[in-house]
Write a protein that binds this ligand. Structure first.
Ligand code: ADP
Ligand code: MG
Length: 359
């Protein structure tokens, strides 16, 4: 099989540092124009994987293809990639225009073409008026836009970004996320983005590779990793969840019945494959998996705290005998009916949670 239709393909790529395995065999296929995020906690191997793709590190095992071309042994500068790091890594003694044009000069592009392409790249990141400034005369957000322009000006077939916005404050970070996504879609450039921030990954990505301890655990759409987590690590890392200990009642090929806290949930069967009826399971409950119930039915509890979010509120509830759970209620009802300390009854909501064998 040829890999020509993949913008990026990793076939069993691994990396050791001494006896420590930083990356176990990674398999990944990225389509042209796709925005894929490597998401996981600090130390899980995201930067190692990105550096292998870039060519800053040499793989111990496996093969890497960019645009169908085998590049496992190809040096960084011949891989046709643009890279943006967390630290902007701009040349302090060059002005913005010369920083952005650096990669073009290194490739022997004519002065006239360099000027035209630098102007185009600076317009794209809305920094045309800053072309003559030095990096130290720019804010952090502006420096990161220069770094982005410098990566894009060479028209790379692959754009790699390693936690590019994590040094920026929250508002600026969100602005930069929107801007990057807009530019990425306009150019159609295949992008591999690294972050430890699940909200950032959810909002920007076509697909997310969730990583833990040197492994890609799941590669799926934002909706997929949120609604159908394939591992308990993924279920706990993405979104808010509280874990309710329960028992498996039975299952068919598709779904399983699970009893927890006196409630019966329908959950996907796949994560419980091989688990015997009667065995203990952990149900990962998100706020939308429960809803308030009327009368004496359902799971009883007391509101411990309330996060009012305007249109809705999230309640943290201490149950009688099933630990703490969260649920989402309309904001107005929360203010009037369920202040902290109020008794509440909860029933199974319309969305389906997932369960895993008890950990
Ligand atoms: N050059 C190196 N030598 C030894 N260990 C390393 C080296 N680079 C990274 N590691 C280790 O490999 C693991 C993964 O690191 P890294 O890929 O930087 O993680 P992340 O980017 O997800 O935070 C970490 O435990 C880190 O300490
Ligand atoms: Mg890193």
């Amino acid at each position: 099989m040829s890999g020509t239709e993949d913008a990026l393909r990793l076939d069993g790529v691994g990396k050791q540092f001494g006896t420590f395995t930083a990356l176990h065999e990674a398999w990944l296929r990225v389509r042209p124009g796709e925005f894929v995020t490597l998401l996981g906690p600090s130390g899980c191997g995201k930067t190692t994987l990105l550096n292998l793709i870039a060519g800053f590190l040499e793989a111990d095992a496996g093969e890497i293809f960019i645009g169908g071309k085998l590049v496992t042994q190809t040096p960084v500068w011949e891989r046709d990639i643009g890279i943006v790091f967390q630290s902007y890594a701009l040349f302090p003694h060059m002005d913005v225009a010369r920083n952005v044009g650096y990669g073009l000069r290194a490739r022997g592009v004519s002065r006239a073409e360099e000027a035209a392409r630098v102007a185009e790249a600076l317009a794209m990141v809305r920094l045309s008026s800053m072309a003559g400034r030095r990096p130290r005369q720019l804010s952090g957000g502006q420096q990161q836009r220069v770094a982005l322009a410098r990566a894009l000006v060479i028209r790379p077939s692959l754009l790699l970004l390693d936690e590019p916005f994590s040094a920026l404050d929250r508002n600026l970070r969100m602005e930069m996320q929107f801007e990057l996504k807009e530019i990425q879609q306009k150019l159609g450039v295949t992008t591999i983005f690294v972050t430890h921030d699940q909200a950032e990954a959810m909002s920007m990505s076509d697909r997310i590779a969730v990583m833990s301890e040197g492994r890609i655990l799941q590669l799926d759409t934002p909706e997929g990793v949120y609604r159908r987590p394939a591992h308990r690590f993924v279920a706990g890392f993405i979104g808010d969840a509280t874990v309710l200990r329960g028992r498996l009642k039975g299952m068919d090929g598709v779904s399983a019945g699970v009893e927890a806290g006196g409630l019966t949930f329908s959950v996907p069967a796949a994560p419980l494959e091989g688990t015997a009826p009667g065995a203990e399971v952990d149900v990962f409950l998100r706020p939308e998996h429960l809803q308030p119930a009327e009368g004496e039915a359902g799971l009883a509890g007391t509101v411990v705290s309330r996060a009012y979010l305007g249109d809705r509120a999230e309640l943290l509830v201490q149950t009688e005998g099933a630990g703490r759970v969260m649920l989402r209620v309309p904001g107005l009802a929360a203010l009037e009916r369920w202040p902290a300390g109020a008794p509440i009854r909860m029933a199974v909501g319309s969305a389906e949670p997932v369960a895993f064998p008890a950990g």
